[in-house]
Design a protein around this ligand. Structure first.
Ligand code: CA
Length: 165
């Protein structure tokens, strides 16, 4: 199964580029435009990695980072605890030069940080490094690049369309 990512980003143009780049690398991306929606996502299901923008119309990505870090990890051996445990890698995104955000993010437990504008390729490389460090199934990453190109023509359009969620 592909690694499951949550992207919280209110700028649709940035989000589209990021989702396209990560899905091309075989990762499954759930995109939230608002903090409120992202909160519901992490409460409802588990993600392998979170990419959180700081400046959002309805709050700060740092709040969600704090919430995730305060959620205890499920006890090993207990069946399917919902929600994203505190050890989940988190990469923060922020506007250029917001050093305070950067420091706060790292103090709150972010694993990595990118300032805007950033290269989607660099984001993808950092995401994959974090997943490797977290011990995500190697197959989920290795199987990645060919996903769309090997699809039969009939489903190729569905594959392309999935980038625009
Ligand atoms: Ca923003």
């Amino acid at each position: 199964m592909a690694a499951q990512l949550l992207l919280l980003e209110d700028d649709p143009a940035i989000a589209r580029t990021v989702v396209y780049t990560l899905e091309r690398d075989g990762l499954a991306v759930t995109h939230s435009l608002l903090l409120r929606d992202a909160r519901q996502q992490v409460q409802a299901r588990a993600f392998d990695l979170l990419v959180l923008d700081v400046g959002l119309p309805d709050g700060s990505g740092l709040d969600l980072l704090q919430q995730v870090r305060n959620t205890p990890a499920p006890t090993p051996g207990t069946p399917g605890t919902p929600g994203t445990p505190s050890a989940t890698p988190v990469l923060m995104l922020s506007a250029r030069g917001e050093e305070l955000d950067r420091v706060l993010g790292l103090e709150l437990g972010a694993d990595d940080y990118l300032s805007k504008p950033f290269s989607p390729r660099e984001l993808a490389a950092r995401v994959k490094a974090l997943l490797r460090r977290a011990g995500a199934p190697a197959a989920a990453l290795a199987a990645a690049p060919a996903l769309c190109t090997t699809m039969p023509r009939a489903s190729a359009s569905a594959c392309a369309a999935s980038h625009w969620h």
